[in-house]
Write a protein that binds this ligand. Sequence first.
Ligand SMILES: Cc1ncc(COP(=O)(O)O)c(C=O)c1O
Length: 361
Amino acid sequence: MLTCLREDFGNPSSAHRMGIEASRRIKSAREAVLSALGDDRGAFGQVLWTSGGTEADALGVMGAARARKGHGRHVVATAIEHPAVLGSLDLLAAEGFETTLVPVEPSGVVSPEKMAGAVRRDTVVVACMLVNNEIGTIQPVAEVARAVRGERRDVHIHCDAVQAVGKIPVDVRGLGVDTLALSAHKLHGPKGVGALWLRKGARLSPLWSGGGQEQGLRSGTENVPGIFALGVAIGLAVGSLAEEMARVAELRARFANRVLGQGLGAWENGSDAPRVPHVLSLSFPGLTAEPLLHALEGRGVFLSAGSACSSKERGQSHVLRAIGVPDGAGTLRVSLARDVTADDVDTAAEVLVEEARTLAR
Ligand SMILES: Cc1ncc(COP(=O)(O)O)c(C=O)c1O
């Protein structure tokens, strides 16, 4: 990435040697992303570079809905989507689309039958995330896609896989979706770069126009250093996926064991459902998350309430409300990264129990 910034700063649209070098870097990143998604050499689709997960979700949801507005103006999504998807639905509603949010079960998982039941004759897009960012539950996307297509074959299915790629195996061939969003900073890549995988034959309207990059679907000079880094990061993440999943799952259980059963009445959200190893959502009755977070921060432990990307939400988040977490409970989200060790987990759990006890007094 530093080489791209310092020396090889050519524009991939230029025909000269430096431009060709920049295109070569983008090509290697494209191959890495496609291969990480089970689509070697783009046999089933292509990768569009974006400024991150938010833009990839916006292009997947709004771009598909606008491309199909001649067929209908109804969009369906799970109630626990990230604000990047929910906000796209709001923007579509302002353009005259109708939207239906499908509630999830108390376990934090959506029912494929309920998703299919929300599909109408005028439904053009269905959005179902693969992993929820606040509670880590894995959604049955392949089953949702099958059930939805049983109702209407030509619906565009968008999947926000931002919290899944690099954490659990993701194979676009098996998921049966038309677009899939990912973001580099969830895989230890840089912030501000992501990608949208687009199935061959699926149609999108670009969100804006310009120089015609990415076949006109996402104009603008490519962020070569970011894209190159995303390619390297995704290769590293996927290369060590199985070992990392086992290691992180053990650390999560260790953390939970050290916090639960300490007389705080705390519980784990989403633990009855299939979930990713790196997310732990803990609720503490009678506590407010914010003061607890600040107390922890003062002792070098950095956690978030709900999720970092939606921490501006007031009160209980839409996800916690959807699974019935009572208003009087404060919820913390613990994310376990590649560089977190067992010692880190022990220290963080000890500090969390101490500070929660102090605040509960
Ligand atoms: C599930 C999910 N979707 C989308 C996003 C947005 O991605 P970005 O921050 O790259 O815009 C995030 C969080 O960052 C997320 O967790």
